[in-house]
Design a protein around this ligand. Sequence first.
Ligand code: NAP
Length: 496
Amino acid sequence: MSIRVDTEYLIIGAGFSGLAMAWKLKQSSEDDFLIYERAAGLGGTWRANTYPGCACDVPAHVYSYSFEQKPDWTHLFARQQELLEYLEEVADKYHLYEHLRYNEAVNELRYCKEQHIWRAKTAEGGVLTARYVIAAPGPLATPAFPKISGREEFEGVMFHSAEWRHDVDLTEKRVAVIGTGASAIQFIPEIADKVARLTVFQRTASWVIPRDEKKFSDREKKWFRQRPGLVRTLRRWLYGRLEMRAIGFVRHPRVLKIYEWLSKWNLRKQVKDPVLREKLTPKFRFGCKRILLSTEYYPAMALETTDVETGGIEKIVSDGIITTDGRKIDVDIIILGTGFRATEPMPEIAVYGTREQELHREWARDGPAAYYGACMNGYPNLFMLLGPNTGLGHNSVVYMAEAQVEGIYRILNAAKAQGKNTVHIKGTAQTEFNKTVQDRLAHSVWQRGGCSSWYQTASGKNVTLWPDYTFRFKRELAALPFDAFEFSNPASKAEG
Ligand code: NAP
């Protein structure tokens, strides 16, 4: 007999990965689960990010579930609203809404070692017990705010791209954008011709290649709806094309030269001013930082009303920004396109394991690490989706999340088949796995390409990316060796 819990499975987060886990449970006739979501609706990053121009930079036919292929995407690169609607349709179709609880921000997870269950606390003071916890908070969910002095002095409006203020009218305003990453390059073209003056603070120029945009016509959408095989073929083709890039990123960085050439050609074509062109030319190898896709970004940077500042920011004052060379730039609005706390998985949840050790303190020593980004020694029955080293520079993370979901469920099933209800990754298996990952990463363009990026911790360790083909990740997860885990049934012993 095992200890009673409020729910057998607690899923934290209702984004792409959390919903994939919920789908798997539902398909497996497991109905005793809850999804706690801190926001007022599902969708994760695709609910939070509503900035103008927000779209996925991975083709929609790949950046979607294998079990729910949508035939009628309006664009090859789906827009935020369409992705959100897709997730809502999935939740509806597979009856996941009844398991969803909104405005429930889990901020503490504690493993109760007597009962071998997890106790989750929420910001509102709620408490819930669960046998298994699947944390799917999203790798890019917590905005990073730059440590620039004087931020609180600013009397204008300041907001982060992930918390876009739609109530603020940018028309004819003096606007500063800090950051030129994947989000900024999407919203800059949308706002550049509306504002009176746009000052873009660029710390590092990134490689930008044209987005081979495609809007599907009604006729094409009809074809896809009538021929599901066509959608599957397109998905396979797009997947294969993206997967090829892993060859350059991980094995033979030289092949990336062709992209460097393409990106430089694009820059030459779109930016005629040699001074601006020089500012926008990356000084590191292609692929070292995330590759940006845009056809509109360079023209927006080349507008008469756009200034590109590369000298750095000294401080923010009440009505502007002081540059490191002492100039003051007057601004009404500051938009922070400064990204997310990507190297700190689930920073807002304190997690206490078998010895009451706290996960983030352990990770602070040597950087976040897990077994296939999912299991952590010292934290039985806790699984993470899209945890450490599962991010990609070349393909769809939805594929990675689905692979993890299948792998986790297989392990749980194996334990259950043996009459066990506790699954714990062995420390040796986790250490060995991470050594292999770091050894593979050492030769990658992300580590050797001459840049520092949000893929890395302050010490330079890459804790975010999977350094291989995604099909290998999936294949390895589908065949995880059971002896990497300890299966036990301590709860019945405790009661016994
Ligand atoms: P990001 O790529 O991390 O870019 C942050 C930008 O802010 C960088 O240009 C960075 O400069 C700059 N920055 C950070 N701190 C700064 C400071 N103190 N002073 C000046 N500049 C500073 O963030 P993001 O653009 O929000 O994108 C994050 C990730 O979200 C992406 O890489 C991507 O994975 C995801 N995303 C995905 C999509 C999609 O379509 N799938 C769309 C948007 C975002 P440095 O380069 O010098 O660090």
